[in-house]
Design a protein around this ligand. Structure first.
Ligand code: PGA
Length: 250
């Protein structure tokens, strides 16, 4: 019922030349027979280029952030409409790096979620606990609270056109990966939280896992019933690694 999703999160990496080389390699190794949804999320200045390089491919384009405001006097901000105009169909919201390094609050995350949907973009809402929270037994409370902050504002119907990504902060870029059992427990809990409000939306909602996903652990993670693919950081910058992960999902 749910189609797996593989999303690359390039973070603040790349330039015109490296992006062109990466996407050429990915396109060369890509199979149209893989029946999943694929996308890559690049940095603002390159979204237009990425969209052009991925034209007529099965890989869609996403951004990594957007403004919580609509158009207007917000120097330095980028609106959801601008992202859509640059060819984006997706946008990552509430990544732990944005929450921790840029002080993004749950209220801002919720506002960005709304702005994304107003612009016709599919938000990929990230939730995840720190190591300390896990050690204190607060994992499920933490992620459910992060989800609640958005669901309260946006309403459950908004999750018809959204994705969740569970990204334990301690697993991001560290080489430590949640075990399939650890991830499955959290994914099932997130789905259950939505199911209380709307079982059909919960059953259709893609919940991706992110945090040191690699070619060597992707298949095992994706085999869990509530893990619907991955949000891939470091490994998405390597064409062969990314392709192997796409193959594992597809
Ligand atoms: P990682 O990053 O795959 O490099 O751990 C994942 C993410 O932050 O989205």
């Amino acid at each position: 019922m749910r189609v797996p999703v593989v999303a690359g999160n390039w973070k603040m990496n790349g330039n015109r030349a490296s992006i062109q080389a990466l996407l050429e390699s990915i396109r060369a190794g890509f199979s149209r027979e893989w029946e999943s949804r694929f996308l890559v999320c690049g940095s603002f200045p390159y979204l237009d280029l990425i969209s052009r390089l991925l034209q007529d491919s099965a890989i869609a384009v996403g951004a990594q952030n957007l403004s919580e405001f609509r158009a207007g006097a917000y120097t330095g901000e980028v609106s959801g409409e601008m992202l859509a105009d640059a060819g984006c169909r997706y946008v990552i919201i509430g990544h732990s790096e944005r929450r921790a390094l840029f002080g993004e609050t749950s209220q801002q995350v919720a506002a960005k979620f709304l702005r994304a949907q107003e612009a016709g973009l599919t938000p990929i809402l990230c939730v995840g606990e720190t190591l300390e929270q896990r050690q204190q037994g607060l994992t499920l409370d933490t992620v459910r609270e992060q989800l609640r902050a958005v669901a309260d504002v946006a309403g459950v119907d908004a999750f018809r056109h959204a994705m969740l990504a569970y990204e334990p902060v301690w697993a991001i870029g560290t080489g430590l990966t949640a075990t399939p059992e650890q991830a499955q427990e959290v994914h099932a809990s997130l789905r259950e939280r939505i199911a209380v409000l709307h079982p059909e939306i919960a059953a259709r909602l893609p919940i991706l896992y992110g945090g040191s996903v690699k070619a060597s652990n992707a298949a095992e993670l994706f085999a869990s019933p509530d893990i619907d693919g991955g949000l891939i950081g470091g490994a998405s910058l390597d064409a062969q690694e990314f392709l192997a992960i796409c193959r594992a999902a597809g």
